[in-house]
Design a binder for this molecule. Structure first.
Ligand SMILES: *[C@@H]1O[C@H](CO)[C@@H](O)[C@H](O)[C@H]1NC(C)=O
Ligand SMILES: *[C@@H]1O[C@H](CO)[C@@H](O)[C@H](O)[C@H]1NC(C)=O
Ligand SMILES: *[C@@H]1O[C@H](CO)[C@@H](O)[C@H](O)[C@H]1NC(C)=O
Ligand SMILES: [Ca+2]
Ligand SMILES: [Ca+2]
Length: 657
């Protein structure tokens, strides 16, 4: 079943009544593209000056294919780098005579391309910043002997992999881990599953990775060749991807480093972070690379975590993601795993359009005693958590592979957390290869655990939503439990079709008071009686347009008819924007998962901070995503205390009432 839009910046009013369940990048009218472009340009002005690269998105007037495209490029003085997402009519051209980054568009080059009779459009790519999350420079490692049980992997770093098996090493809390041994004990180790590490390259000759390397699914989009080997620098800056790869698929019992979460799975390297500026085409080609060979894409990067950026996937990248979830894995949908961000309490991952997307699984981190890490961001779109580093000794990071055949124990940041989740999902996909991208999200919600996770500062408490699912603003539905996820995956029945319901809008501009709160309500029937009826929620988006004299002092809450209150925008003290505000920004919450959407939704907007601010809320549209039919009805309940049992009972009681 396909899934319709919502993206955000350009939600089409024309599509409102459209009865499809496909996730869809809306067909764009001129007005809508204008909105998108202006939103993008506006958000860029805020963060960094716009630059233009020497690369061009080129659309031909038909499906001419690669060779013709190369000839067209050549006769205009360009080089054809290849198709955009495998297309026969869209290509990526570069002009070697242009600087890699300039401050002005090169109108003559664009004009030259557009004048070619076989070219219908040519867009010079802007360049922007995408940063790795959690980079730690090289450290010298001294190993000490830690006793092992005879069932444990014999790899020398396994005793340091407290996130796989926490015995209380380094002051950690015993059993606060991913519970992977319970998955391995079911014979599940990730066989025939490929995770792509979209990063700065992978040392695929590393003795702990080379037998699990999927060369066919790999590519280097930074250098445009099939070998995503990291570029050497003295400080090993480009070790990030190799470290992430080892967390997923380092080999077992080979005497090298530790083991991956899914140590019999494969990793692909997609090198795409190592060039002066990121472009939409590099991101799109990376996220759309070999979607039938790659099951899971893991990303430990994003817009700058400076607490004042509002940015997300651009045009082609959004298309790549939507195509991935609709068509990838031969129609089951690719899984995109995202590090929620390292901006700390002063940032909000709902302002990061990758992490906040419904089509990515956004993962936060916890440290080895159950607290959040000091760099963790919080937001209502985070689905679950894994682990990053130690509490007492910050060098007790994640033990994994490092460049040039080495090992490290100090990989950290939410960067380190996302690949652990990719590994757990690889286990789930081996246990049940027919899981869809949505099944993975449902399984995550149902099997993640509160365990002993807590907010170090006591701000965010564990709260029960309307159908008995416990969530936390920092950790989502809790820490992944590989054993439980694999067990439930085996009996899983694919969830019912997904629908997208426009739950209504408030479109008159309303003043946000300088003191006090603007409270808006929307009564919705959740498209009852239409073919997009939603009765059981998955994601909810509040698409908001607002301006204010200080964007970072704006605070927004969304409360569901069942009383679940999500903070969809927290204070960001560094965000001093006073021009752009938010333009149709899709704030997302996962906290109302499983709830019934019918009834009254409440949006509260207010200013926090010491200085009086002023602003206007110009638009609020409520987008409800989920199923018409109850999920989980055909799933057997073995444990009456499981979340599955609790939600099923809530749904059954509701039906009786
Ligand atoms: C491995 O996965 C591919 C699809 O990704 C599938 O076609 C193939 O049958 C699988 N092989 C095994 C042995 O399960
Ligand atoms: C986005 O894509 C649409 C349709 O493919 C195109 O018309 C528009 O110019 C693109 N915008 C940018 C900024 O590339
Ligand atoms: C916000 O928009 C309103 C109405 O369009 C306008 O009057 C006001 O000056 C704007 N405020 C800011 C801070 O841009
Ligand atoms: Ca090993
Ligand atoms: Ca961020």
């Amino acid at each position: 079943m396909r899934d319709e839009t919502t993206c955000c910046l350009v939600r089409s009013t024309r599509n409102r009544q459209k009865a499809t369940t496909m996730e869809q990048w809306p067909s764009l009218s001129i007005l809508l593209s204008f909105l998108l472009i202006s939103a993008v340009i506006l958000s860029l002005c805020q963060a960094a000056p716009e630059v233009f690269t020497n690369s061009f998105y080129v659309r031909l007037n038909g499906e001419h294919g690669h060779d013709v495209a190369s000839r067209i490029a050549k006769r205009n003085g360009f080089e054809n780098l290849g198709p955009v997402m495998g297309s026969k009519s869209e290509f990526h051209f570069v002009h070697r005579g242009l600087n890699h980054a300039r401050t002005k568009r090169s109108v003559p080059h664009t004009r030259l391309l557009k004048a070619d009779p076989l070219i219908t459009s040519a867009i010079q790519q802007s360049g922007f910043r995408r940063v790795k999350r959690g980079f730690n420079p090289l450290k010298v490692e001294n190993l000490v002997d830690v006793p092992l049980s005879h069932n444990d992997p014999s790899d020398p770093y396994f005793p340091y992999q407290w996130y796989l098996k926490n015995t209380g090493q380094n002051g950690g809390k015993p059993k606060l881990d991913l519970n992977v041994e319970a998955a391995w004990a079911q014979g599940i180790t990730g066989k025939n599953v490929t995770t792509a590490i979209m990063d700065d390259g992978v040392d695929y000759m590393h003795p702990d990775l080379k037998f699990n390397y999927n060369a066919k699914a790999s590519y280097d989009f930074s250098s445009n060749d099939p070998y995503p080997y990291p570029r050497y620098t003295d400080d090993w800056f480009n070790s990030h991807g190799t470290r992430c790869a080892g967390e997923v698929a380092a080999a077992r019992d080979n005497g090298v480093c530790g083991v991956g979460v899914a140590y019999d799975s494969k990793v692909a390297g997609i090198r795409m972070l190592d060039q002066p500026y990121m472009t939409d085409l590099i991101e799109a080609n990376s996220m759309g690379h070999e979607p039938n060979l790659i099951d899971i894409y893991s990303a430990s990067w994003g817009p700058t975590d400076d607490g004042k950026t509002v940015d997300g996937p651009r045009n082609a990248t959004m298309r790549a993601i939507v195509r991935g979830v609709n068509e990838g894995r031969n129609g089951l949908g690719n899984i995109y795993v995202w590090a929620s961000g390292d901006g700390g309490e002063d940032d909000d991952c709902n302002c990061d359009g990758y992490a906040a997307s419904m089509w990515t699984v956004s993962i936060n981190s916890a440290i080895n005693d159950g607290q959040n890490a000091h760099y963790d961001e919080s937001c209502s779109s985070t689905l679950a958590s894994t682990f990053s580093n130690g509490a007492k000794d910050p060098n007790t990071g994640v033990a994994t592979t490092d460049l040039y055949g080495k090992c490290t124990r100090s990989h950290s940041g939410t960067s380190a957390a996302a690949p652990e989740a990719a590994g757990v999902f690889a286990l789930a996909l081996e246990a049940n290869p027919s899981l869809t991208w949505r099944d993975i999200q449902h399984l995550t919600v149902l099997t993640s655990k509160r365990n002993s996770l807590f907010d170090a500062k006591g701000r965010f408490h564990w709260t029960m939503n309307g159908v008995g699912l416990e969530f936390n603003h920092l950790f989502g539905f809790g820490v992944l439990d590989a054993g439980a996820m694999v067990a439930l995956s085996r009996e899983w029945k694919t969830v019912p079709a997904r629908y997208h319901c426009d739950g209504g809008s408030v479109k008159e501009a309303r003043r946000v008071p300088s003191r006090g709160t603007l409270v808006l309500t929307l009564d919705t029937k959740a498209c009852q009686g239409t073919d997009t009826e939603v009765n059981y929620l998955e994601h909810v988006q509040a698409v908001v347009t607002l301006n204010s004299t200080r964007r970072g002092d704006t605070n927004i809450y969304l409360t569901s008819p069942m009383g679940t209150r999500s903070m969809i925008l927290s204070r960001r003290p560094n965000d001093d924007d006073r021009h752009d505000g938010f333009v149709k920004w899709p704030f997302m919450t996962t906290h109302t998962w499983g709830e019934y959407p019918k009834g009254t939704w409440t949006l509260e907007v207010r200013f926090v901070g010491d200085v009086l601010q002023a602003g206007w809320l110009k638009e609020w549209t409520l987008m409800l995503h989920g199923t018409r039919d109850a999920p989980y009805v055909n799933l057997p309940v073995t444990d009456p205390h499981s979340k599955l049992a609790v939600v099923k009972k809530a749904h059954e009681d509701r039906k009786k009432a």
